[in-house]
Design a protein around this ligand. Sequence first.
Ligand SMILES: [Zn+2]
Length: 339
Amino acid sequence: MTIHGWNKLIGHDWATATLAAAITHDRIGHAYLITGTEHIGKETLARLFAQALNCENEDVPCGHCRSCKLIENGRHPDIRIVEPAVSERGKKTLKIDEIRQLQRDLTLTAYEAAYKVAILPDFDGATIGASNAFLKTLEEPPPNVILLLTASDADTLLSTITSRCRVINLRPVPTELIEESLVTRWHTPVEKAQLLAHLADGRLGWAVNAAMDTAVLTTRQEHLALLHDALDGSRVTRFAIADKLAKKAEQLPALLQTWLSWWRDATILAQKEPSPTLSNIDEQEQMIARLPHWQKNAAFDNLKETDRALWALRRNANGRLLIENLLLSYPKQSVGAIR
Ligand SMILES: [Zn+2]
């Protein structure tokens, strides 16, 4: 199947229709803010819009003309992508120097494109200094310059920035559409596609990445095995697991995310709704076997504890203490019978 044009982005028809119409009716805004959770398709949409604005063919974006190809490969001289720097713990920061450099670039005449486009992914990472510097460009943009910002949420940015952009909010892609797309476009086996679609929480980009990179599911399995061991284990076992994990501190954010998602599902199951919507569909049996052995609110309490631990970790808390405390807070009853 050949994929071309706006179809490259799956599940955001409203957004692509809005941008396509802006081009067709010559009502292009000078700045757009694309919001939505991580890996949902914000940057893909920004690149497609940049392609559509500069495509050499009638049916834009064609995806195969010289301009479209250059943009796809990040080599177009008039399209600037200003990525934030990423720290070891995954914190993204965009500094004022980057903005100043961009501003110098944007004042130069375009080499070949109709529009110069600046894409600024994860603008939530911009420092106050960078945001204020960028505000000047938003207020008085150079002619034929289009600014495309992305952020997880419009509320994370200065209102003076948001109010000068047209906001396009990308909503989670439906689970069924992710599953179907994985099978038809990326040739993922059905069972794997089903699991990934549920785990993705509406983030197609995450699911595609996980379908291509086997390490994603393998790592998840390891993290779940540790959780099962801890839940079955004594205090001593839990300390041993905490010790092992503390030595791999870089893994902790992903591990806690997996556990958080597990506890969220367990909480949903504990409420005994007729048709629960779970992410970890392959863990349902495990959870159902464990729940009766715990106190009534255990799943919800541990969901909160895990969320708190993840929050503290992002604020540079000591990883070892944090994981020890978390494991000791988990329910005590051993459920050897389910093994
Ligand atoms: Zn093209």
